[in-house]
Design a protein around this ligand. Structure first.
Ligand SMILES: [Zn+2]
Ligand SMILES: [Zn+2]
Length: 443
């Protein structure tokens, strides 16, 4: 038995250190300060307290990160969580849990739920569920038009006040030029980010795969590239007219990247994102009518895939986001024509990016971290995506060498419609830490 005073000191020491986590000897990559070196990271009370070469402090939890990557938690700015309305596909709870498994600590939820998030009341409703159920940081985007019907603008100012940080009619594009121009003008006034699903449906004309050789071979209707890049061109022109910022979602083809490059050169406030499937796969994957290869925009050609990688390398595309789009088995296990568009992506986004971009030498780790974490945080105007002292301790620790096979039964997401099923990926999330707490551990 220890004398009482020693017990007391032991108790105090233990209690004092419980709020501390020390990550030892990891390769720390922080795009905000352009760091890429072996360092220790000390977390105190959920915040980054110190990042230095050797930290020797007692901590409640010590993680040995030798030979591991330590980076800020991913910020995924394109996620369909399906709640409210389609809780059979995904919920805020299951989706944000899947996010943590994928190393993602912040998500931007898309508004095409049922009901559509298009009013102060719906934003507040989602905020309330998120307060009880979200496992990671959840940010809300609201619709540009009421019911996403492309007829009447939402009250952008009220949406902003209620806490939405972006507007988008994702799933659709606002066809009416004048209405879209008004949206940009209003968004500019209240500093709201506009995210465009750029698709001219009169040109995509009920297609289901990329228009071209594969579509003809499979006897399926094609989605032309024009339907995407012509609408991107229009959206950029309208944003320019309104002097507003615009973010282009899921860029899939070469021409789109070229248009964005030109606009950037001219000084338009345009940013862009792509999803891992556009730099990992091509429309060949649809041969065999695998409905997990059906998404919108569709997988394009090898030339486009290479152009997307080039655009990522050159900083034309700023962000990698999952466009996580869960669907039930019933919605995918049908003929290709009738299957729902979209694939899940939260749990494979990081590994697919490591496999296709870093491992093949197209991107450095630092620029990958920029695209998965720092840039999306900056575009959304949220204080995430960095390991600077004082920042929230949202961190992911990765074994970048370990390989794994995505399998339906292992997904945390409620839906299993992944285009990476049974494809060997490199990079396993060992820990995801949110606000200093371990939200996911591979152990
Ligand atoms: Zn979309
Ligand atoms: Zn989407």
């Amino acid at each position: 038995m220890l004398p009482e005073w020693r017990c007391c000191i032991w108790y105090l020491k233990h209690k004092m250190n419980k709020n501390k986590v020390l990550i030892k000897s990891g390769r720390v990559i922080d795009a905000a300060v352009e760091t890429d070196k072996v360092l220790d990271v000390l977390i105190v009370d959920g915040k980054i307290a110190k990042v230095a070469e050797s930290i020797d402090e007692p901590a409640g939890k010590i993680i040995d990160a030798k030979d591991k990557i330590v980076m800020p938690g991913l910020v995924d700015m394109h996620v369909h969580l399906r709640q409210p309305g389609r809780e059979d596909k995904e919920t805020i709870f299951s989706g944000t849990k899947a996010a943590l498994r994928g190393g993602i600590t912040s998500v931007l939820a898309m508004p095409n739920t049922s009901p559509v998030i298009d009013s102060k009341e719906t934003v507040e409703f989602v905020k309330k569920i998120s307060g009880n159920q979200a496992n990671c940081n959840l940010y809300i985007s609201a619709a540009i038009t009421k019911g996403q019907l492309s007829k009447e603008l939402t009250d952008i100012k009220a949406l902003k006040r209620s806490g939405a940080i972006a507007i988008t009619d994702d799933g659709h594009s606002v066809d009416d030029d004048q209405l879209m121009l008004q949206a940009f003008k209003k968004a500019k006034k209240c500093a709201m980010l506009v995210i465009c699903h750029s698709e001219d449906k009169s040109l995509s004309a009920q297609g289901v795969v990329n228009a071209g050789f594969i579509a003809t071979k499979l006897g399926l209707k094609g989605i032309s590239k024009e339907s995407e890049y012509k609408r991107i061109q229009r959206d950029i022109e309208l944003a320019k007219k309104a002097n507003s910022a615009v973010h282009i979602a899921h860029v899939s083809c070469k021409e789109s990247a070229e248009i964005i490059e030109k606009a950037k050169r001219e000084g338009v406030k345009v940013t862009a994102e792509t999803a891992p499937h556009y730099f990992s796969l091509t429309d060949d994957a649809a041969e065999g009518y695998d409905t997990n290869m059906k998404m919108n925009p569709p997988l394009r050609t090898e030339e486009d895939r290479k152009a997307i990688i080039k655009a990522l390398r050159e900083g034309i595309i700023d962000v990698i986001a999952s466009d996580h789009a869960p669907h039930t088995e019933g919605e995918k296990d049908v003929e290709f024509d009738r299957a729902a568009f979209g694939v899940i992506g939260l749990e494979t986004e990081l590994a697919a990016s490591i496999t296709e971009l870093v491992d093949k030498g197209f991107l450095s780790w630092l620029s990958l971290v920029q695209k998965l974490s720092y840039n999306p945080a900056k575009i959304l105007g949220i204080k995430k995506g960095t390991l600077k002292v004082g920042a929230a301790a949202d961190i992911v620790i990765i074994d970048a060498q370990k390989q794994w096979l995505p399998k339906e039964e292992n997904f945390v997401s409620k839906s299993k419609n992944s285009c990476f099923l049974k494809k060997k990926l490199k990079g396993v999330v060992e820990y995801t830490i949110k606000d200093g707490c371990i939200g996911y551990s591979a152990e």
